[in-house]
Each structure stands twice: as C-alpha cells, then as structure tokens.
Ligand binder design. Sequence first.
Ligand SMILES: O=C(O)[C@H](O)[C@@H](O)[C@H](O)[C@H](O)COP(=O)(O)O
Length: 255
Amino acid sequence: MPGTTQIYTFPDGTTLSEGLDKFVAKLSSESIKRHGKFTVALSGGSLPKQLSASLKHNTSVDFSKWIVYFADERCVPLDHEDSNYLLAKTQLFDFVNIPEENIHTINPSLVHDPEEAAEDYISQLAGTFATKDSVRFPVFDLILLGVGPDGHTCSLFPGHKLLQETVDWCASILDSPKPPPRRITFTFPVLNHAHHVVFVAAGEGKQDMLHRILDSPGDLPAQMVKPTTGTLSWFLDDAAAVKITSTTLKGLERL
Ligand SMILES: O=C(O)[C@H](O)[C@@H](O)[C@H](O)[C@H](O)COP(=O)(O)O
C-alpha cells in the first residue's frame, strides 16, 4: 500500500531468501502481465547473494523479460572484484536466462571518468523508460536496496551533497566513504518514483542502524527513501530486526 512501510522478518538467511524469492517472483509475473517486462534495479553488497539464493532456482520466473539496472555501481572494470555487476553475474545472471542486452552495466570504457559514466547510464535509462511531462523520472517495477552501518543506501551517504539532487537520474561520486571511492548512483527521485522499493538487511551488525532508521524520524539516506506512490518494504532476518521497538513493530509479520 502506498505510503506505508511493510516490514517482513524471517528466522534466518535461508528463509529470508525464500521470502524474497516469493515476493520478487510475484512482482515479476504481475509486471510482465501488465507491460510485458519486469524492470528491476539491484544494489551491491550482500544483496545479490540474499536475492539469488532461492530465486536462481525458481523456474516459474520468466527471466527473459527482465530488464536489469544497477542502483549503484563502482567505477571499475566489469571483471574487477569490486564490480557490482560481477557480483550479480556470479550470484544470479550465470544461473538464469536474462538476455545479455537487457542487463545494463556501467559502460566499461568510461570507468575512468565517473561523470561521463553517469551521463551514459542516464542515456541507457532513457532508452528503456519513456517519460512524460507529469513523470520525469524512470519508474522501475522494483528497486532492491541494502543499507550500510552509517545509514547509506545506494552510494548516497549521510551529509553528502548528492542527497539534495532533484533533477539528474544518476550521478557520479568521487569521495565515497565506503571503498572504492569512485562510483555512480541512482538519485532519490529515481528511488522514490519506483512502484516498489525493497530494503534487504540481515545479521546482528545491522541491529543498531535498523533501530535508528525504523524507530525514529530522521534524515539518514535510508530514511529519505519514501516512494511517492509506490510501496516500501523491508526484508529482515530476526538477528537484524531484534532491536526494532516502536510502533513499526506492529507491522512486523511473517510473509
Ligand atoms: O555498492 C554498494 O556498496 C552498495 O550498493 C551499498 O549501498 C550496499 O548496498 C550497502 O553498503 C549495504 O551493503 P551490505 O549489504 O554488504 O551491508
């Protein structure tokens, strides 16, 4: 439901991945029914592994209709160990039949110039998403996000000037506090125009930050993700969710 935050918790990583699989498979089939494709953006970090563990075995999903972007990417070659693309490839793409031309990577010939790479990524987005005067941003069916210990999401870090971006769809960052420093990232308008945004977080290392994000108002990057008409969900394991105390606890439920 738009405007609400749904929090799903799971006993462990395996059940979390199964829940995510179920959720993503349903959205994929609904989107393909509605407009013939499923547009999805992936983050790096632990997300690709959590997402793929169960999903890569799900033969009911029509991956041939998936169009994949990266919510953020590191400015490194595609075969570099820091590449979010490489991670998603080894975790998911190698197991399912997403057409190669539907996987939108950072342009490898531009990784030395983050600004150019961000411009190029905007052009790629413009080729996929027809925008209108009323909606000037790409509208993804699903954007999958992680959250860092400082409350960052994508490559949008606390206090950074990029948090104020209201026009550009994708931006470069040269001073990411999380290495590597040079990256490209979606901006908040893109995150907040999606039909569905899902955060995925697991493990006790996330407890304090999730308590802060979900139990009190604030302006951390993860708290600035507020889809205007879309839905926002959190998929957490019990270890990560244990310190969530406030009224949002009422929203905790098993999928
Ligand atoms: O490329 C990146 O670095 C990510 O997209 C980043 O935003 C990540 O999602 C968070 O840092 C959480 O990472 P973990 O899931 O590994 O904690």
